[in-house]
Design a protein around this ligand. Structure first.
Ligand code: ACO
Length: 218
């Protein structure tokens, strides 16, 4: 099995590690996290150090995955890593219980968790997260660094911009376009397009305020 490393040792990393273990395609050789003590064991794996350690690993590893739940913080680590290692190989991870239809593309670094469903000819961008039982239906597109929280659903032909978040339990009807850096609140029902850089929630979902670049949502 190809050897990989996981970046991040928080609660989200635990969920990502479980997906990688269940998928059985890669062997995790350790975790990199600057907030943990090197040599300690987290989720059954040794903390090898911080991101600098990658430079010493040479050809020992096939690649890795960024296991940080916040979209913006995940992108910052991707940028940091690729500025030093432009050819770093970001693996994707798909839980064996996920249903991935024909014609679907899943970008590098993306994680598809238990029970998620992706419809035909749907494009999932790079470094996205589909949590458990998220359902993205046919001919939809997700940009990069997008999150679908647990139990979210879209109709067909839905388009989500980079860095946007569909919060837990939200539903989006068919053919909707949601902009970049936007957060759709928990339990919302989206019936019309929602623009960039805003927070929208409710049934039907309405824009309640604007959002700043990188603003926390978790
Ligand atoms: C595996 C995982 O854990 S994945 C992550 C799962 N977690 C989520 O999905 C969390 C998603 N977060 C939300 O939905 C948040 O409520 C957000 C991001 C949409 C809004 O957060 P904020 O802008 O900080 O709103 P804030 O919490 O200050 O609430 C402001 C008001 O909006 C209301 N409100 C906030 N979110 C919602 C919502 N989704 N639906 C209806 N009303 C809402 C609040 O009740 C509050 O009302 P009040 O002023 O009458 O008291």
């Amino acid at each position: 099995m190809e050897k990989i490393i996981v970046f991040g040792a928080g609660g989200h990393a635990k969920a990502v590690i479980d997906v990688i273990e269940k998928a059985g395609l890669y062997e995790i050789i350790g975790i990199l996290d600057s907030y943990k003590t090197p040599g300690s064991i987290v989720y059954g794996y040794e903390i090898l150090g911080d991101e600098q350690v990658v430079s010493n690993m040479g050809g020992q590893i096939y690649g890795g995955i960024i296991a940080i739940g916040d979209n913006w913080r995940r992108s910052q680590l991707v940028n940091q890593l690729t500025s030093i290692h432009p050819d770093f190989n970001f693996i994707s991870a798909v839980h064996p219980s996920a249903m991935v239809a024909k014609g679907t593309v899943i970008g590098q670094g993306s994680v598809i968790m238990a029970g998620a469903v992706i419809g035909s000819d749907t494009i999932i961008g790079d470094h996205c997260i589909l949590y458990s039982q998220a359902s993205v239906d046919h001919d939809s597109t997700l940009g990069n660094f997008v999150t679908f929280a647990p139990n979210t659903a879209t109709g067909g032909n839905v388009h989500i911009g980079d860095f946007s978040v569909i919060s837990i339990g939200a539903n989006i009807i068919h053919s909707i376009v949601i902009g970049e850096h936007t957060v759709i609140g928990a339990g919302s029902t989206v019936l019309s397009n929602i623009s960039d850089y805003c927070v929208a929630y409710g049934t039907p979902a309405r824009i309640v305020r604007t959002r700043l670049l990188g603003e926390r949502y978790l």
